[in-house]
Design a protein around this ligand. Structure first.
Ligand SMILES: CC(C)(COP(=O)(O)OP(=O)(O)OC[C@H]1O[C@@H](n2cnc3c(N)ncnc32)[C@H](O)[C@@H]1OP(=O)(O)O)[C@@H](O)C(=O)NCCC(=O)NCCSC(=O)CCC(=O)c1ccccc1C(=O)O
Length: 274
């Protein structure tokens, strides 16, 4: 059965497409003329779309991709790079892609990078921070920072090293070489490689599998994977999910109800599990 879907717009933006098919949302950078390089506006729009995905209870999984089939994303748009960051219409220089990276990491729903063509520079980091990456056979991966006067010492370095190992991560950054899809698969940088004409079909099939799973289990797992790496922020995320689960219990509701009913809570009926 073909998994090609009809995508319905969720909201109109200037530099991204934001669509939905059932429980899957798709955020697609729509600047193919520059291999989907991002400006502050592109990033701001992706942040808003991610936020909508977080708040919509009918959305269970998010695909991040780029339009055109030739690039996922080529990183920050060097033509708008100014003194201290990337400059948008308000003339303020920004590095707001770092906020987007944190958001992709902490949104309590799986984010799947669907990569055709270039995933380079800050665009490469975007796929790195996604939970899963499905790549087309024309995908090419790499960092360019030391060539163009930039670097990402956050997730772009440390999380990359967790994925491919310290030696390989240092090679990727120090040499700025490019790696094809098979090489990326071999180093564990992507989950699967498929022919370009099967990319969306395969990604959607993976998303449908994910949608059949328990959303709370997926949420707990994502924050558990993050907690091991993200220090206090990771623990906060995992603990927040524990609080969510606790709020769902009768035991927690007894505490709230007793307060509202101006009585002492009776926790005696709740078991002290071994
Ligand atoms: C991706 C390429 C290797 C593809 O090469 P090729 O197929 O030959 O295509 P081109 O002819 O080069 O490109 C076609 C067209 O697109 C334009 N373009 C491509 N990439 C960009 C870009 N990033 N910015 C602006 N324009 C771009 C290119 O100029 C062509 O236009 P024409 O008008 O047709 O000439 C190759 O294109 C390439 O190497 N691109 C640049 C990749 C790159 O260096 N990206 C930036 C890396 S730095 C970064 O992403 C910063 C990330 C970030 O924001 C950040 C993160 C953490 C901390 C700090 C920061 C920070 O903000 O600095």
């Amino acid at each position: 059965m073909s998994e090609q879907l009809t995508w319905t717009p969720i909201k109109e933006f200037q530099e991204i497409l934001f669509t939905q098919a059932g429980g899957i949302a798709k955020i697609s950078i729509n600047r193919p003329q520059v291999h989907n390089a991002f400006t502050p506006l592109t990033v701001q729009e992706m942040i808003e779309a991610m936020d909508i995905c977080r708040n919509r209870t009918d959305i269970g999984v998010i695909i991040l991709t780029g339009e055109g089939g030739k690039a996922f994303c080529s990183g920050g748009d060097q033509s708008v790079r100014g003194h201290g960051g990337y400059v948008g219409a308000d003339t303020v220089p920004r590095l707001n892609v770092l906020d987007l990276q944190k958001q992709i990491r902490s949104i309590p729903k799986p984010v799947v990078a669907m990569v055709a063509g270039w995933a380079i520079g800050g665009g490469h980091v975007l796929h790195v921070v996604c939970d899963l990456t499905v790549a087309a056979d024309n995908a090419r991966f790499g960092q360019t920072g030391p060539n163009v006067g930039s670097f990402d010492g956050g997730f772009g370095a440390s999380y990359l090293a967790r994925i491919v190992g310290q030696k390989k991560a240092r090679e990727i950054w120090f040499l700025c070489d490019q790696y094809d899809a098979q090489e990326a698969l071999d180093m564990g940088l992507v989950n699967k490689v498929v022919p370009l004409d099967k990319l969306e079909e395969t990604t959607v099939a993976w998303c449908h599998k994910i949608l059949q799973k328990s959303p709370l289990a997926l949420r707990m797992l994502k924050s558990s994977f993050n907690a091991e790496l993200d220090g206090q922020a990771g623990i906060q995320e995992l603990a927040g999910n524990a609080t969510l689960l606790y709020y769902l219990s009768e035991e927690a509701k007894e505490g709230k109800n007793a307060f509202l009913e101006k009585r002492q809570p009776d926790f005696s009926k709740f078991p002290k599990f071994p």
